[in-house]
Design a protein around this ligand. Sequence first.
Ligand code: NAP
Length: 343
Amino acid sequence: MEKRVEEIVIVGSGPAAWTAATYAARARLDPLVFEGAPSREMIPGGQLMFTTEVENYPGFPDGVDGQSLMLSMRAQAVRFVTRIATDDIVKLDAGGQPFILTSAEGTEVRARAVVVATGARANWLGLKNERRLAETGGGVSACAVCDGALPAFRNQVLAVVGGGDSAMEEATYLTKFAKEVVIIHRRDAFRASPIMVERVLKNEKIRVEWNAVVTEVLGDDFVTGIRVRNGEAGEERVIEVGGFFVAIGHTPNTGFLKGVVTLDDKGYVVTAKAWRTETSVPGIFAAGDVMDPYYRQAITAAGTGCMAALEAERWLSHASDEAGEKAVISPTSDHHLPRSPRP
Ligand code: NAP
């Protein structure tokens, strides 16, 4: 018996993925979403699952917490019958139609169209002790919102490295628990948005080490301090800390797309045309942080998710028309395969 061919598979579970799923489901494309498996660095729902207050997502005048927003988006996609697999896609074979996707658990799925919305993951400084202590729960983390409330961080001096919105948000969040928060930034100006910088600079519990580079993370079982090099003179000193949080940006989750679609030098998916989500391979679309090194906002991710679903729908109907014109639809072709029930 011929294996089922999905109309559309969506890979990811952030705002881009759930918006694409909602649009695809309402367009009767019967989407299947691979939402990813939970790991130490990422959980289904993506980066917003680690965000406390989202104040700039339209429709929420009092703000909304990131987890609630993501669970609502997921529920909205499910309401229109979206099927969900809690598994990672590790391989995409785009050598012909249908595409073949392989999951980490070994499931093989065939699909006529694919939307890639796998987002991005936290970057690390790359220091010797950093990852080891992060992986062993030794007081080093790339997510203050996930780990900051842990008892070990209460009334401690905590360091946050970075100068973007994430660093501002994490530092502000950590003041709820910490005795003091020290932001370590490599330049003399933050790149974060003015409102978040203002909040940080007004906060009496936060101080900033400008022009400072972390050269070492100290501690055996738990972080005890960081070695910091200040200024052009290169003077080094130790700041004693009871927690170290890294907030220096993200890398797109596109490992499984290398050699499949065109990526830029940082690994972001390159779309073939401006204001379109189609990649270098017709039938594969990209949405959200995975194709956006510039805006990287929840609302822009949701917007591109909508665009990707609409483009995929048009692409699928165009491909069907072409197939019809050539009169090559056989009784066992994709169009005749069973679909899951609709509401
Ligand atoms: P980002 O804007 O790329 O900022 C990364 C920061 O880390 C920069 O200040 C950078 O320094 C520093 N950095 C990078 N590599 C470093 C290294 N090796 N050593 C030391 N410092 C390093 O990343 P982000 O803060 O994660 O923000 C990403 C996007 O998400 C942005 O568009 C942001 O607006 C958005 N975001 C929004 C919110 C919100 O609105 N609530 C919250 C979080 C994030 P330089 O400045 O010197 O380059």
